[in-house]
Design a protein around this ligand. Structure first.
Ligand SMILES: [Zn+2]
Length: 119
């Protein structure tokens, strides 16, 4: 299933919210460029965690999936390397849960991403 996208009306609302957030950040930082940078980075990081979970949670999930899968990539059946493996969400909207993810090798991830772009 492809990820949900925004309708033109929803996109307009998202852009309004973004403008509002930018205004608030400008007010909060009061002309201090370094502070604006720090606030912007903090907000950006937290929103990314809302979408992708925190790094420690993903790391824990990767370890669990590696054990569950017997150390193998479920697509090519090759032994997964120690690092650079990818947690692939079956449905992006359902997040990084054990039920919604599989740990795949980097090469298979590239193929999966390519296929999804053309789907
Ligand atoms: Zn693979």
């Amino acid at each position: 299933m492809a990820n949900r996208t925004l309708t033109p009306e929803e996109l307009a609302k998202a852009n309004e919210l973004l403008d509002l957030i930018r205004e608030r950040l400008e007010t909060l930082s009061d002309g201090d460029r370094a502070l604006l940078f720090a606030y912007r980075r903090k907000i950006s990081k937290e929103l990314t965690y809302d979408e992708r979970s925190k790094p420690m949670e993903r790391k824990r999930l990767k370890k669990l999936k590696l054990e569950e899968q017997g150390g193998l990539c479920p697509i090519c059946s090759m032994k997964l390397p120690e690092s650079y493996n990818v947690l692939d969400r079956l449905q992006a909207v359902d997040g990084y849960t054990p039920e919604n993810t599989r740990l795949i090798c980097n090469e298979c991830d590239k193929k999966v991403q390519r296929e999804r772009r053309y789907a």
